[in-house]
Design a protein around this ligand. Structure first.
Ligand code: IPE
Ligand code: IPE
Ligand code: MG
Length: 235
């Protein structure tokens, strides 16, 4: 039992499509409901004294989906960011994005930049939205940045350590303590590979559009019962 509140919680919000299909609706309806759930959960976590929330909104692999679904999601991001995240802003939470900027439309990029700019001085918490994100890409990008510093003689190879790598990630975030994945899939799907190194994993069959505060509390309770040893032996 650690009975602690995790500092950094990360969520793979999965199951929107299946939620809709089960109801005979178009997959996009599931995304719409999923965005409402994200609004509620993102407001809830900071009241629980959690400092950092990371969510997987769109992966670099999600471009493989039909154009109709991708277009809908991009449109939804703009609308949801504008509308839903006002409350996050009011809570004094800083919004950051992780991912590649290529392939995203200027409309999406402008909205993202606005959100980041408007909240950059906030100190009460961090909301990290992974959009056009892949964990392996993040490591590749960090490697390039570090290699450039070495090439420019700003950094010596002997100075490269875990901290330097962390600082060169899309965002310099604390390690993930608790990772939640909904919809009964037991995989990481290329999500935050570096930051997940010692995270406690929580999987639930609940589909993301059915997820709520109560389900979030279940994950927190499960986390509180874990014995986190980090390789050591507890006396
Ligand atoms: C997660 O739900 C949302 C995104 C990947 C954008 P899915 O769309 O993957 O839903 P399922 O897994 O097909 O049910
Ligand atoms: C992971 O879910 C990406 C997001 C939740 C945004 P996917 O549904 O895309 O992952 P796979 O295909 O099940 O691995
Ligand atoms: Mg899925």
């Amino acid at each position: 039992m650690n009975n602690e509140v995790p500092r950094h919680v990360a969520i793979i919000m999965d199951g929107n499509g299946r939620w809709a299909q089960k109801r005979g609706l178009k997959r996009t309806k599931g995304h719409q409901k999923g965005a409402e759930v994200l609004k509620k959960i993102s407001e809830y976590v900071y009241d629980k004294k959690i400092k950092v929330l990371s969510v997987f909104a769109f992966s670099t692999e999600n471009w493989k989906r039909d154009k109709e679904e991708v277009d809908y999601l991009m449109d939804l991001f703009i609308k949801a960011f504008r509308k839903n995240f006002e409350s996050i802003k009011k809570k004094g939470v800083k919004i950051v994005f992780s991912g590649l900027r290529n392939k995203l439309s200027s409309k999406v990029l402008n909205t993202m930049d606005e959100m980041v700019n408007e909240t950059k001085n906030n100190k009460n918490g961090i909301f990290n939205i992974c959009l056009n994100y892949g964990g392996q890409d993040e490591i590749v990008e960090a490697t390039k940045k570090i290699a450039k510093e070495v090439q420019n003689k700003a950094l010596d190879i002997s100075e490269i350590n875990q901290e330097v790598i962390n600082q060169n990630m899309f965002n310099d975030l604390p390690p993930i303590d608790l990772m939640i994945r909904t919809s009964g899939e037991y995989r990481i799907s290329n999500f935050m590979l570096w930051q997940l190194a010692y995270a406690e994993l929580y999987f639930t069959d609940v589909l993301w559009p059915d997820f709520n505060e109560e389900e979030f509390d279940k994950a927190l309770n499960s986390f509180g019962k874990r014995d986190r040893r980090f390789g050591a032996i507890k006396k």
